[in-house]
Design a protein around this ligand. Structure first.
Ligand SMILES: [Zn+2]
Length: 108
C-alpha cells in the first residue's frame, strides 16, 4: 500500500519524491530544504557518477544530521504548489473587496 507520509518529516503529502542524499521518499518541503543544504550539489554529483558507472543501486552519500534535524523541526514554509486561495470569494467577500478597492480609486 502506498503511503502519503514523508519518510523524513512524517508530514502527509500527496507528492513524494526520492531524496538525493538517501533512499527516502520525501515531501516538497524536505526537497526544498535539501536543495539549500551545502552538500546538495555533492550528493547529486556522486549519485550521477555512480549511475554513470552503472551502479543504479547507489544509496546516496547519506543524510546529513543537520538536514535531518532541520527537516523535522522546520515549520511549514510557503511552497509554490500550495494554492494561495483555497476557494473563490463568496458574494459578501467580493463586495467587501470591491468597496475596499473603491477607497483607493475614488480620487483618481
Ligand atoms: Zn518531509
Amino acid at each position: 500500500m502506498l503511503s502519503n507520509q514523508c519518510e523524513r518529516c512524517e508530514r502527509q503529502n500527496q507528492i513524494l519524491t526520492g531524496s538525493w542524499f538517501n533512499t527516502q521518499m520525501i515531501c516538497p518541503q524536505c526537497q526544498q530544504l535539501e536543495t539549500e543544504h551545502p552538500l546538495y550539489e555533492k550528493a547529486k554529483r556522486v549519485e550521477n557518477e555512480h549511475c554513470f558507472n552503472g551502479n543504479y543501486n547507489f544509496e546516496g552519500i547519506g543524510l546529513p544530521k543537520d538536514l535531518e534535524v532541520v527537516s523535522r523541526i522546520a515549520s511549514d514554509i510557503d511552497l509554490e504548489d500550495k494554492p494561495k486561495f483555497q476557494q473563490p470569494l463568496n458574494k459578501k467577500e467580493e463586495k467587501d473587496m470591491i468597496s475596499f478597492l473603491n477607497l483607493y480609486t475614488k480620487e483618481v
